[in-house]
Write a protein that binds this ligand. Structure first.
Ligand SMILES: *[C@@H]1O[C@H](CO)[C@@H](O)[C@H](O)[C@H]1NC(C)=O
Ligand SMILES: *[C@@H]1O[C@H](CO)[C@@H](O)[C@H](O)[C@H]1NC(C)=O
Length: 394
C-alpha cells in the first residue's frame, strides 16, 4: 500500500514532467483556453519554446475536445532533442478573416511554419482548419499555406491528422531529407484556388501513403528538386490529380527523378496523372513510374504536356525539360474526354522511353477512348484500350 501510494504521489507531483523519461508540454499548462475564440498563440509559442529546449524526446500536446485559435506560428529549430512530437488531438483554427491575421512584416506566407526541426513527428486526431473561404474570394491577396515544413531531416506526419480549407496550399514539404506522411486527410472545396493537398519540393526520400485528398488543385504536386519519392494508396478527388511539375518556368533548370506512384483512385478529378513542363526550361523529369490507378469520370486521365503555360503569351523554344523513362502500367477506368491519353512533347526535346502497359480506359459514355501524342518515343504493350498507336518506336 505504502509503496503504491508513494508511486502515485510521485506521478502527481511530477506530472506533466515525467512519462517514461519523455517530457510532455501541454498547451493548456501554458494558458491556452481552447474555446475557439480566445487567442491561444502565446501559449503555443511558450509550449513550443520549452519543447524545443528539452533534450529528452519531448512531446508538445494539443489536447482533444478543444479548439484552439492561433495566429501564424513559427516552430523554429534546431531543437535540443533529436526527435520531438507535436501531438495534435484537438482542433486548430486560423483567424476567420484575412484582415485579422497577424503576420510578421505583413507577410503571410504560412500559418504553421516549421523550420530546421529535425526528427519532427506531427500526429494526432485533430483537424487543422485554415478557414480559407474569405481568402479565396479575394484573388489579389497573397494567400498563406496552412503548413510548411522546411529544411529538416527525418520528418513524420500522420496518425489521422486532418487538414482543411487552406487559404492556399495545405502541406508544403520543402528541403527535407526523409519524410514519411501517412494517414492524413486533406479537404477543401473543388472550387478553392491553388489549394494543393501535398506539395513536395527540394526533398529527397519522401514517402506518402494511405492519404485521402480532395481540394481545388493538385492532390499531390511533385516539383523541382524532388527525388526518391514513393507514393501509394491515395484517394484523390475532387481536384486536379497528381502532378509532376510544373517544371522549367521562366527558363529555370528543374529536376525531378526517381518517383513511383501506385494504387491511386481518382474520383471526379480534372486530371489523373500529369507531367507538365514549360517551353524554354532546362533539366529533366526522369525515372518516373505510375501503376495501378483507377479513374472515375476523370477529364484527362493521362497527360504529358511539355507546352504547359498558364497565360496567353506562350512561345515554343529550342530548349525544354527532358522527359524520359516514364511508365504507366495497369490503369483502368473512365475518361470524360474521348482523348484519354495525351502526350505532347516538342520536336527539339522529344520524350523518350515512355512505356504504356495494360490499360483499360473507356469514356464516361462507354465509347472508345483515343490517344494523341507528338514526339513521344517508347513502347506500348499488353492489353491496351485505347490502342496506343501514337508512340514512335525507338
Ligand atoms: C496503409 O494501409 C494498409 C491497409 O490498411 C496497411 O496495411 C498499411 O500498413 C498502411 N501503410 C502505412 C504506411 O501506413
Ligand atoms: C528507369 O527507371 C528505373 C527506376 O527508377 C531504373 O531502374 C532504370 O534504370 C531506368 N532506366 C533507364 C533507361 O534509365
Amino acid at each position: 500500500m505504502r509503496n503504491s501510494f508513494s508511486l502515485l504521489t510521485f506521478f502527481l507531483v511530477c506530472y506533466p514532467v515525467v512519462t517514461a523519461s519523455t517530457l510532455v508540454f501541454n498547451v493548456i499548462d501554458y494558458g491556452a483556453v481552447g474555446n475557439g475564440l480566445a487567442d491561444d498563440t502565446n501559449a503555443f509559442a511558450k509550449a513550443w519554446e520549452e519543447t524545443c529546449a528539452s533534450s529528452s524526446s519531448p512531446t508538445m500536446k494539443v489536447p482533444s475536445d478543444s479548439t484552439f485559435l492561433v495566429q501564424p506560428l513559427r516552430f523554429i529549430g534546431p531543437c535540443k532533442s533529436r526527435s520531438l512530437t507535436l501531438q495534435i488531438d484537438g482542433n486548430l483554427v486560423a483567424p476567420a478573416h484575412p484582415s485579422t491575421w497577424k503576420c510578421d512584416a505583413n507577410l503571410c506566407h504560412q500559418w504553421l511554419y516549421f523550420h530546421r526541426v529535425d526528427g519532427l513527428t506531427l500526429r494526432g486526431r485533430g483537424t487543422i482548419d485554415g478557414r480559407g473561404h474569405k481568402w479565396w474570394q479575394n484573388k489579389h491577396l497573397n494567400r498563406p499555406t496552412v503548413m510548411e515544413i522546411s529544411n529538416a531531416d527525418n520528418v513524420r506526419v500522420g496518425g489521422g491528422l486532418r487538414f482543411k480549407d487552406s487559404p492556399m496550399m495545405h502541406i508544403v514539404l520543402n528541403g527535407i531529407q526523409s519524410v514519411f506522411v501517412s494517414d492524413v486527410t486533406v479537404e477543401a472545396p473543388a472550387k478553392s484556388p491553388n489549394t494543393d493537398g501535398i506539395h513536395v519540393q527540394d526533398s529527397t526520400n519522401a514517402q506518402i501513403h494511405n492519404c485521402t485528398i480532395g481540394t481545388g488543385d493538385d492532390c499531390i504536386a511533385i516539383v523541382n528538386g524532388a527525388s526518391n519519392v514513393r507514393i501509394s494508396n491515395i484517394v484523390c478527388g475532387p481536384g486536379h490529380g497528381i502532378s509532376i511539375g510544373s517544371l522549367g518556368k521562366n527558363g529555370a533548370e528543374d529536376k525531378v527523378e526517381d518517383v513511383r506512384v501506385s494504387d491511386v483512385v481518382f474520383l471526379g478529378t480534372t486530371n489523373g496523372v500529369r507531367i507538365k513542363t514549360w517551353q524554354g526550361g532546362r533539366g529533366y523529369a526522369r525515372d518516373i513510374h505510375f501503376e495501378r490507378f483507377s479513374f472515375h469520370d476523370t477529364i484527362n486521365p493521362i497527360i504529358i504536356d511539355q507546352f504547359y503555360c498558364d497565360h496567353r503569351h506562350c512561345t515554343t523554344s529550342k530548349s525544354g525539360v527532358e522527359i524520359s523513362n516514364v511508365s504507366y502500367r495497369m490503369m483502368v477506368g473512365s475518361s470524360r474526354r474521348e482523348r484519354a491519353v495525351v502526350m505532347r512533347c516538342s520536336e527539339a526535346v522529344p520524350c523518350r522511353d515512355i512505356v504504356v502497359a495494360d490499360l483499360h480506359i473507356v469514356t464516361a459514355k462507354d465509347t472508345a477512348a483515343t490517344c494523341d501524342c507528338a514526339n513521344v518515343y517508347g513502347r506500348a504493350q499488353g492489353h491496351l484500350l485505347p490502342k496506343i498507336s501514337c508512340l514512335e518506336q525507338i
